[in-house]
Write a protein that binds this ligand. Structure first.
Ligand code: NAG
Ligand code: NAG
Ligand code: NAG
Ligand code: NAG
Length: 283
């Protein structure tokens, strides 16, 4: 009985942001053509501008869930992003970016993580479905031990905490949730070869069901509180250390079949000086 009460007391501090975009997010760019209506967020890109929205709150650790339906048809040159980021020069960031393509050609899912202002940890993937035909679930799971990128509950990437080994890990700065749609035709599609076809504008990306089961960031004093709060949450429960065996199998299946770029194998780019996490187990 007292255990149940204790768990309740801990979990109570994990806030669950409402199923209502208008309560938890607001438009910051392109407000003249983007919109937030209850459960739905619509981002629009045309020749005048792209658009963007961000969460009102910052979080430290949690599970951030978003359903997204990407720009259909000829989306070459467009980029839709969904990411977490803190502010400032030494910022932390966890990214999902979706690079559009010509009709019938595959989107690229571009992932990256910044710690203390430094990124350069890109991994890219194709998907096993058409991400423009329907909404799919893109979830970022972030706790003191590891960060996991999920697509429809399949883990596609893990970044583990090797802070003891001197590798920076995001655990001291709260992050907001951001979504944007913009024109990046100087690099996004086939390295910039395919340009945005403005005849097809306006381009539209749709978002639904934003959920943040996350610890509310309230400045530096939240660091220890959120670390213990989050440990009491279901997805990092008593037993949580690493992905389960079945998740691990899915992750390996996915990476064997859909990974198209991994910074840890790009020896040319790093001149042989590979980032230190590349020498550790990645998951
Ligand atoms: C969303 O939340 C706002 C603020 O609480 C409320 O005014 C509005 O009616 C809600 N909309 C829907 C569709 O639930
Ligand atoms: C989205 O995926 C996450 C991670 O697997 C899962 O916890 C959540 O229930 C999923 N949400 C929906 C609406 O399917
Ligand atoms: C677009 O399609 C081409 C040809 O299939 C492919 O090489 C490329 O990786 C795809 N994605 C992007 C973002 O260019
Ligand atoms: C959980 O975090 C909140 C602040 O976000 C704090 O007020 C509360 O004391 C924390 N609970 C625990 C058990 O650390």
């Amino acid at each position: 009985m007292w255990v149940a009460l204790l768990i309740f007391a801990l979990v109570r501090n994990i806030i669950q942001v409402d199923a209502n975009f208008s309560k938890s997010m607001y438009l910051t760019w392109g407000v003249q053509h983007a919109s937030i209506l209850g459960e739905d967020l619509l981002l629009v890109l045309d020749k005048t501008s792209g658009s963007a929205a961000q969460s009102k709150r910052s979080f430290l650790f949690g599970s951030i869930e978003m359903l997204i339906k990407l720009v259909p048809g000829n989306s070459a040159g467009t980029v839709t992003a969904y990411y977490l980021s803190s502010a400032g020069m030494q910022h932390d960031e966890i990214d999902f970016e979706f690079l559009g393509n010509s009709t019938g050609q595959p989107y690229t899912v571009h992932t990256n993580i910044y710690t203390q202002g430094k990124g350069n940890r890109e991994q890219q993937f194709y998907l096993w479905f058409d991400p423009t035909a329907d909404f799919h679930n893109y979830t970022i799971h972030w706790n003191p031990t590891e960060i996991v990128w999920y697509v429809d509950s399949v883990p596609i990437r893990v970044f583990r905490n090797y802070k003891k080994e001197g590798i920076p890990y995001p655990k001291e700065q709260g992050m907001r949730v951001y979504t944007t749609l913009w024109n990046a035709d100087e690099w996004a599609t086939r390295g910039g070869l395919v340009k945005t076809d403005w005849q097809k504008a306006p381009f539209k990306a749709r978002f639904q069901h934003f959920r943040a089961r996350a610890c509310k960031w309230d400045g530096a004093k939240s660091i220890n509180q959120c670390a213990s709060n989050v440990t009491a949450n279901w997805w990092t429960s008593r037993r949580y250390k690493q992905l389960s065996h079945s998740h691990m199998r899915q992750l390996i299946w996915f990476r064997n079949n859909y990974m198209i770029y991994d910074y840890c194998t790009d020896t040319k780019r790093f001149n042989g000086q590979m980032p230190p996490e590349c020498f550790r187990p990645q998951f």
